[in-house]
Design a protein around this ligand. Sequence first.
Ligand SMILES: [Zn+2]
Length: 61
Amino acid sequence: MNKIYFSCICNNKYNLLSSYNKNISINICSQCHPYYTNKKKMNNYSEKIKKFKNKYNDFFR
Ligand SMILES: [Zn+2]
């Protein structure tokens, strides 16, 4: 087993024992994951609002 490091784009680092012998950089970790999902939800939400507004505009044109 090797001690390897995960480094995340949010600057968090985790070490862990693994048979894999390379350090890994990840885009997401438990620290930044909730923020990421919230952002995604917000984006989806605003997309829906946009679509709704477009529909609404068409309807009352
Ligand atoms: Zn992270």
